[in-house]
Ligand binder design. Structure first.
Ligand code: 8YV
Length: 324
């Protein structure tokens, strides 16, 4: 244990807790609300935070004048007020790349599960309907269909690569065209949705992508279409999606992310054309171990005064460790 102090916010696997506890004087709380209630003297001297899943509002940053680095567990950092952190000279880091394949795997799995109704098909067996009622109803083909990827970042690209192996025709929405093996670029989500069978949302969360997949896109996708979301609940207009699913204007949805997790809109539970997952796209032991390790590498780089591994706001060089 060193005298370097680390404020750890959130619920971590034991291996991360053990590692952080071995490397730092660790102050652990389960939430940002609990962090705000810590003794003032502690908050005033802590330079580094490791946060998982919880929000990090400006009010907490304001209560921590020595804070210089926030290491986020996760590639998405919409839980952190980045402009406020930048304005206060606080570096923010995330955990990209190490989870892209994992998230892409789940996206493809969810798409197949929804199109082929794997959950209902299993119930058909376990509830005795196979012997009682006969064959399970015919379902939708997956391979060879037209896929639209909304957001061709690291995760979107992994999803597209996998769908190529399913002989799909790939189109994507991005603000600017990317270098791809001939995939079609759209600068409008609505236009993309009109031209595909499956819409897979892989956008970064945050104000810029809030409701980017709206009612028009969901209706354009249509009664035979399926939307898959492994990004953030905020990227799809959730009320419009629930209504489109209810009226069957949209064929189906496979969702790993929601507004207001884990207290999701109860109307989702009344829909028969959805596959609902508990925000688990990156949640394998291997990938979560890699995410925790990368988060700690960022904290260690800060305390060593070296470049942060994966900074998300202005250059790590701008934020030296305080010498006081
Ligand atoms: C995690 C995620 O579930 O990386 C992300 O952005 O959404 C997920 O990998 C999240 O970080 C909470 O632990």
């Amino acid at each position: 244990m060193t005298t370097q102090e680390l404020l750890v916010i959130g619920t971590y696997p034991y291996w991360d807790m053990t590692a952080m506890n071995a490397e730092y004087t660790m102050h652990h709380v389960e939430s940002d609300v609990a962090a705000a209630a810590l003794p003032t003297a502690l908050l005033e001297r802590v330079e580094a935070i490791a946060v998982k899943f919880h929000t990090l509002p400006e009010s907490l940053m304001a209560a921590m004048p020595s804070l210089r680095v926030i290491a986020n567990y996760g590639v998405g950092f919409d839980n952190i007020d980045i402009p406020a952190a930048t304005a206060r000279g606080i570096a923010v880091t995330n955990t990209p790349d190490v989870l892209s394949d994992e998230v892409a795997d789940l996206a493809v799995g969810m798409l197949i599960a929804q199109a082929r109704r794997l959950v209902e098909a299993e119930a058909w067996v376990t509830e005795g309907r196979w012997s009682r009622d006969g064959a399970f109803p015919l379902q939708m083909r997956v391979w060879g269909k037209r896929a639209g990827i909304v957001g061709l970042g690291r995760i979107g690209r992994e999803i597209a690569d996998r769908l190529v192996a399913f002989k799909m025709d790939i189109s994507y929405y991005a603000r600017t065209p990317k270098e791809t093996p001939g995939w079609r670029h759209y600068d409008s989500v609505d236009a993309l949705a009109a031209d595909v069978d499956f819409l897979i949302v892989a956008l970064a969360g945050g104000p810029e992508t809030q409701g980017l997949v709206g009612e028009a896109a969901l209706h354009a996708l249509g009664p035979e279409g399926i939307v898959v979301n492994i990004s953030r609940g905020s990227t799809i207009d959730e009320a419009a999606m629930i209504e489109a699913l209810r009226t069957k204007a949209l064929g189906g949805a496979a969702l790993d992310v929601f507004e207001n997790e884990p207290n999701i809109d109860p109307r989702f539970l009344t829909l028969e054309n959805v596959l609902l997952q508990p925000h688990q796209a990156s949640a394998t032991r291997d990938t979560r171990a890699a995410m925790g390790a990368l988060q700690r590498e960022n904290v260690a780089a800060y305390f060593a005064g070296t470049s942060l591994k994966t900074p998300v706001n202005p250059p790590a060089e701008a934020f030296g460790r305080s010498t006081t």
